[in-house]
Design a binder for this molecule. Sequence first.
Ligand code: NAP
Length: 274
Amino acid sequence: MSKVALVTGAAQGLGLALVAGLARRLDPDDTVYLTSRRLGEVALGPVRAEVRTELLDVADPDAARRTAALIADRHGGIDILFSNAHMRTGPTDDDRAIIRDYVEVNNLGPTRLLREFAPLLRDGGRLIVVASSFGSLDHLAPSLHHHFDDLTTLDQVDAAVIAWRDAVADGSARASAWPTFANIPSKIAGVAAVRALAHQRRDTDLDRGVLVAAVCPGMINTPASAAWWDVSTAPSPAEAAVALLDLALDPVNPDHYGQLVRAGEVIAWRTTVG
Ligand SMILES: NC(=O)c1ccc[n+]([C@@H]2O[C@H](COP(=O)([O-])OP(=O)(O)OC[C@H]3O[C@@H](n4cnc5c(N)ncnc54)[C@H](OP(=O)(O)O)[C@@H]3O)[C@@H](O)[C@H]2O)c1
């Protein structure tokens, strides 16, 4: 059967590189959906698979449901989903002012995608959330671990994220041990969402060759990271995409199931006791 893949936030950066890589490595009968919050021209280079573009603003509460229905209608299921979209921030942003939009794009949107697309995964499918090495609980003070540890449903993850978001918005997070860099709790919550979904699906998924995982692409030279660090010598999006494409296209390593994976290696959820 021909394969169907979809990438969110794919107009530039890592998302665009994932679309280009999938379209190069999949077959001419396969379809790769380049989804983004705005439609425009993108340069993909030579590809083999068909590439289709769709509007998908992950902050739109109905977008995941609408897109999943469209994919189900056209194809009956999906083989590869990369949840990659990300709202950029900068060091001078006021976290209290941006946190609602940030959480909507980077957390609540992705959990809506997981809810809608997980039931559509075909045998051998891959559901991959782009996180980062900040997604390990080790980046959070042990007194805060309980917020994201041992969560077994996406609703629990959303509730934890909303509680953190509201504490940032009302300023109370600053009086506790929450990191001021919103990317840290946000990426931890992204990995917690993968762990919760994996908790529910592990046995049947592994029987069916399905992989649910979070992935750390490592530092990439994109404007998103350049706002924070000198990334001039970091890998390009195309270089960083290779390990992610391997995770999507190579045979499943069961050790990766429900884990945060970087370059084929599992990053521990935590090495300290909370
Ligand atoms: N760059 C790094 O060093 C690094 C390191 C670790 C992890 N990551 C992760 O890798 C992923 C990609 O990062 P990147 O550096 O490629 O970021 P990027 O260049 O900022 O690309 C992010 C993409 O997300 C899209 N986006 C923003 N809001 C959206 C929304 N509401 N709905 C749909 N799409 C939306 C953006 O759309 P527009 O094109 O319209 O702006 C953009 O195309 C992110 O999840 C990031 O956290 C990156």
